[in-house]
Design a binder for this molecule. Sequence first.
Ligand code: SAH
Length: 498
Amino acid sequence: MQKNDIFQVEIKDIGVNGEGIGKYEEMTFFIKDAVVGDFIEAKVVKLKKNYGYARVEKVIKPSKDRVELKCDIAKQCGGCQIQQISYERQLKFKEDKVRNNLLRIGNFSEEEIDKVFEPIVGMENPFRYRNKAQYPVGTEKDGNIVIGFYAQRTHSIIPINNNDCKLGTKENAQILDLIKEYMQENSVKPYDESKKKGLVRHVLIRKGFETNQIMVCLIINGDKLPKEEKLIEKLKKVEGMTSISLNKNKENTNVILGKETVILWGEPYIKDYITLNDVKRDEQGKISFEKTDTKVGYQISAQSFFQVNPQQTEKLYSLALDYADLHGKESVWDLYCGIGTISLFLANKAQNVYGVEIVEQAIDDAKRNAKLNHIENANFFVGKAEEIISEFYQSNSKEKSNTIKAGETDNLVDSQMMTPDVIVVDPPRKGCDNLCLDTMLKMSPSKIVYVSCDSATLARDLRYLCDGGYQLKKVCPVDQFAQTVHVETVVGLQRVNY
Ligand code: SAH
């Protein structure tokens, strides 16, 4: 076989990146945009010794799981990897991915997994779920302004049909049209990455799904927008508009936001709420969610981190809380706490919560949000989770072996912190540091709740914790990112012999 050869193949499996997998003459082919069950004509793109890459030339017989694309640029754009697969099949793919990683990387047996695995929590509507969008702004060959997305693995901007990305909110298209209009009417130039000239680099739009408040921030290579009042005039007419700002980024960098944000009109924040849900299970174990009256409010600035899919986030965190099984007297660590989203949920049900996060600004947000919600039993620390908990643990062990002198008790670490009832972790993709896992084992809480955005590192860490004296109680994947290959998972662990 050679590059550009055409062959026919049946797609038998899905790869971790959502690509179709088929065999032809003892060679395994990874084929982008092919769906399991498709019979296709494929063209060889790249050959290795016993595998290769190909692309779909023609779908001869489509799979029953193949669906029509909702978006014309889905194939070029880096955003959706599996829009061509039915949502039901996407969910099965994600469930299998988590199971396989537990099996292969975590070395858990099928029986162990079956006993604890809960069915994946899918979305009611797998489109229009993102509350935040960031669009690069540029110039097309013909000189026209283009606002769109980067094509996969490049920095060339592809225009979105009618400016309407189907993962984002309906208002985004209207807002982008208005910004384009303002730029054309006032000769405001898009930024040109190669020449490092021009003004408007990106548009950031956020929406509070509960409050319907909208924030627009233009990221510019400069200090001021010419005739900014013209832009404000247009944008403030959009229903829900609450905050219009500009962010200065004059660096030659891929990082979207610069350090300084200036408010042009309205508030510096939008507000949104995440509602705590009761988790119910029917006789078959199928999970359903019932909204409670407990809501946590968050002020979100242009720079703040906030979960992009609020409807699924509330399910994810309600499950985490369900697994933590708190009754009001517990002390809980929330490691990798970000802006305290989970911590503030936990604080409603625990005696004390201690959140740890490496980004100082996120901790400022967490403290502000705690105040906003009149939560007084949440404490936050800036630093690496592994360092903070091991330092606390060591200093407390020393204190125990020394006689405590009068007057020193104020400096004592609260012993509750050293013997937490529950530790919750929500690390980035690389998972938990070993020192973090070791210290968790030493602190020996009765329960650990692990929230993960990468089931491979999750499986690795779960094996470590289970070898250290814990057992899996429950595992549940939650789909936060429909049309993409990503999946979140919540795991409940229990100390053995507890
Ligand atoms: N639980 C939060 C955020 C989870 S994302 C939420 O739901 O909003 C993971 C977080 O871990 C990020 O905020 C990141 O800044 C933080 N982080 C990364 N490495 C860390 C470390 N070594 N110690 C503490 N926090 C870390």
